[in-house]
Design a protein around this ligand. Structure first.
Ligand SMILES: C[S@@+](CC[C@H](N)C(=O)[O-])C[C@H]1O[C@@H](n2cnc3c(N)ncnc32)[C@H](O)[C@@H]1O
Length: 480
């Protein structure tokens, strides 16, 4: 007897998918399929494509269930991926791996007569360090010009604009946040200044955009459904003639240079290397010495009751996260930093060692870019304990952030406890045993007073000359 899932019990985001919608229920992830799309989705599942992608770790495990939900004739369950890292959380190397994943998915899909219509980064999630394509609704059947020969990819333009070119820019040292690409005005600026060939800068952006759009339409000419061509070109006699010519030309395979080779594109992506550009914190953890400080903090954190997940702000390349994993008993540690070199280093190291309990992610504590269609970072990455080690002096003194902003932000990511270091000497350099003058207000009483506005202080420990750890608990009405 099928079990009905009641609509008020599910959580779903607004969906643009014509085939169905994804929802979570009882902490599991499902996809309801509308009756109109059931046959098409069943054919996709029966084709063997999804099974091959699953076996290659490129798609989450998916199975049909006996559940029913209003408006849908089929309910699938997907393996849950958590936490959700959006493109804004990817380092350069993660971004590159995501590009390669999308191309590999399409290369494999082409063997089964499918391709993805979408090719942006929001359909890719990192699961145990591996990028996976997650959107079943994005697969469409390809049109072969003759058996076994497919030309064009409808997702090409989006792939170039949202994945490939931003990667090129990042390789050249551009510090772009991928979520900004959804703001088209930002993307237009990028396009006109970086990616266009020199001659294109002489054209007005309007004309250049038209040429570019025409290029991508030409590249997918074999994949546009007949009705779409006839429909779009039906209003004047000239257009109707053009539509007939296109349909005729397609039948005779008269359009050269329309093939898209996923393997070649992947080769291009593979070759993109980030220009070695020093960053302030990129090598910080290479030089760090093992001091008892980290073990002492790990010792304190592992005694906190019922804590299984940790998030580290300014975690650099994961020195402390690794110690915490070794010495504590945590299921997941999200190590975040805003320095791309540091997170890249951690990502590559974890890929090498196969350690999947540490999750690297780009995160700038002072920025809050949001897309309304996705949950914000603080919801997706929220953890039992949040650590902020050797960071607040930079936030208060170099970056000029206020204590209410900093503590408020840290609090939003924690469900139970916080471990925040105060640096009494401010921007002190142990190398030169020197300290920059700190402003008058910057003292421990000031730190403590502000800390206690947000957290219940449960421990204070002097760890080093310039490191005092404050261990706090969320105030009762704020924990969840
Ligand atoms: C002194 S290091 C501390 C690293 C590590 N927590 C430790 O204790 O060894 C400061 C780190 O904070 C990061 N950082 C500085 N400002 C940041 C911000 N606004 N958001 C995220 N990370 C930041 C830097 O990139 C750097 O890795």
């Amino acid at each position: 007897m099928p079990t009905k899932i009641d609509t008020p019990d599910i959580q779903a985001r607004p969906s643009v998918d014509r085939n169905g919608f994804v929802f979570s229920w009882q902490g599991r992830i499902f996809r309801g399929i509308y009756p109109d799309a059931q046959q098409q989705i069943q054919e996709l599942l029966d084709s063997g494509l999804i099974a091959e992608l699953e076996s290659k770790n490129l798609f989450p495990k998916t199975r049909a269930t006996d559940y029913t939900v209003d408006g849908c004739s089929l309910v699938l369950e997907h393996e849950k991926i958590s936490p959700i890292l959006l493109p804004e959380n990817w380092s350069f190397e993660m971004h590159k791996a995501a590009c390669l994943c999308l191309l590999e998915v399409n290369r494999i899909a082409s063997k089964y007569g499918y391709s993805t219509i979408d090719s942006h980064g929001f359909n890719i999630l990192f699961s145990k360090g591996e990028p996976k394509f997650i959107d079943l609704g994005s697969f469409i059947k390809t049109k072969a010009i003759r058996p076994g020969v497919v030309k064009g990819w409808r997702g090409l333009q989006e792939f170039q604009q949202m994945m490939h070119f931003p990667l090129l820019l990042r390789a050249r040292g551009w510090d772009i946040n991928l979520i900004q690409l959804y703001d088209t005005s930002f993307f237009s600026i990028l396009k006109s200044w970086c990616r266009h060939p020199f001659w294109a800068r002489l054209l007005s952006p309007r004309i250049y955009n038209r040429i570019e759009d025409a290029y991508y339409i030409y590249k997918m000419i074999h994949q546009i459904p007949d009705e779409m061509i006839s429909d779009n070109l039906k209003y004047t006699a000239i257009r109707r003639l053009a539509a007939r010519c296109i349909l005729f030309g397609r039948r005779l395979n008269l359009f050269p240079f329309t093939k898209v080779s996923f393997a070649k594109l992947a080769g291009k992506i593979q070759k993109i290397r980030k220009k070695r550009r020093r960053s302030v914190w990129g090598d910080y953890h290479d030089k760090i010495e093992v001091t008892p400080r980290f073990s002492a903090i790990a010792e304190m954190l592992k005694k906190l009751p019922n804590c299984k997940t940790v998030l580290e702000f300014g975690g650099n390349s994961g020195f402390f996260s690794k110690i915490l994993l070794e010495e504590g008993n945590f299921d997941q540690i999200i190590c975040t930093d805003y320095d791309v070199n540091a997170i890249d280093k951690l990502y590559l190291e974890l890929r090498e060692t196969g350690e999947t309990r540490i999750i690297p992610a780009m995160l700038n504590i002072s920025q809050d870019l949001m897309l309304s269609n996705f949950e914000p970072n603080e919801k997706r990455l929220r953890s039992d304990i949040v650590c902020c080690l050797a960071l607040t002096h930079h936030l208060f003194l170099s970056q000029g952030l206020s204590p209410s902003f900093v503590f408020g932000r840290i609090k939003k990511y924690a469900t139970k406890y916080v471990a925040i270091e105060f640096m009494p000497l401010g921007l002190y350099s142990p190398k030169f045993d020197d300290t920059l003058a700190t402003p008058e207000w910057y003292c421990e009483e000031w730190f403590r007073e502000n800390f206690e506005k947000h957290f219940k202080l449960i421990d204070r420990r002097i760890l080093e000359k310039n490191r005092i750890l404050y261990l706090g608990q969320l105030l009762d009405d704020e924990s969840n």
